[in-house]
Write a protein that binds this ligand. Structure first.
Ligand code: 5RP
Length: 213
């Protein structure tokens, strides 16, 4: 089955976690786009969505799904999002679409994180996909030097500005044996806004196509 078909299956399968009356946390990306399409079919049964990006907000609004402010909703019961890599412990690399900061916020605010992927995203060890890091623009070089000290090869995603007005560094060359420790370590570097490791708060459920991990 092609990656696109598996993404569609996963997006549609995630609908079974949506409860009547819910406010649904919605991630970003091509897999999530399938989920949003499917969510539109039940828009009359939910209160609305909290979005993790301008891209998803535009799709949600276009389909008539109310987009709510996380500050007004309080905790969410469900967050659905894709990933760039997923290890056997449901720890993830995210941020290929540069939406990692709001994604991490909405994931942290949610009781259940359902991650929807195609099988190409499954890995034994995270790090083949370059690790995205959102940085305050003036800290780009400082953060780059700190990454080099830790054995990584930082590459500035030139031309990309996040929804929060920041920049992205993609770190190549790391084989991430301890993602929780690396996430904590990188979070201490001044100028880093968000590390694209979702290890401290991993996914609760992973759907690979319609197969649950
Ligand atoms: C965006 C993300 C996406 O979830 C990730 O890049 C996967 O995208 P896709 O579903 O298009 O493969 O983290 O910041």
């Amino acid at each position: 089955m092609s990656n696109a078909n598996e993404k569609r299956q996963a997006g549609e399968a995630a609908i079974r976690y949506v409860e009547d009356g819910a406010i649904v946390g919605v991630g970003t990306g091509s897999t999530v786009a399938f989920f949003i399409d499917a969510l539109a079919d039940l828009k009359d049964r939910i209160q609305g969505a909290v979005s993790s990006s301008e891209q998803s907000t535009a799709q949600l609004k276009k389909l008539g799904i109310p987009v709510l402010d996380l500050n007004a909703t309080g905790p969410l019961s469900l967050y659905v999002d894709g990933a760039d890599e997923c290890d056997p412990h449901k720890r993830l690399i995210k941020g290929g679409g540069a939406a990692l900061t709001r994604e991490k916020i909405v994931a942290a605010a949610s009781d259940k994180f359902v991650c929807i992927i195609d099988s190409s995203k499954l890995v034994d060890l995270l790090g083949k996909f370059p690790l995205p890091i959102e940085v305050i623009p003036m800290a780009r070089s400082l953060v780059g030097r700190e990454i080099v000290k830790r054995g990584g090869n930082p590459v500035w995603r030139d031309g990309v500005v996040t929804d929060n007005g920041n920049w992205i560094i993609d770190v190549h060359g790391w084989q991430i044996a301890d993602p929780v420790a690396l996430e904590k370590d990188l979070n201490q570097i001044p100028g880093i806004v968000t590390v694209g490791l979702f290890a401290q708060r991993a996914a609760d459920v992973v759907l690979i196509g319609d197969r649950e991990m």
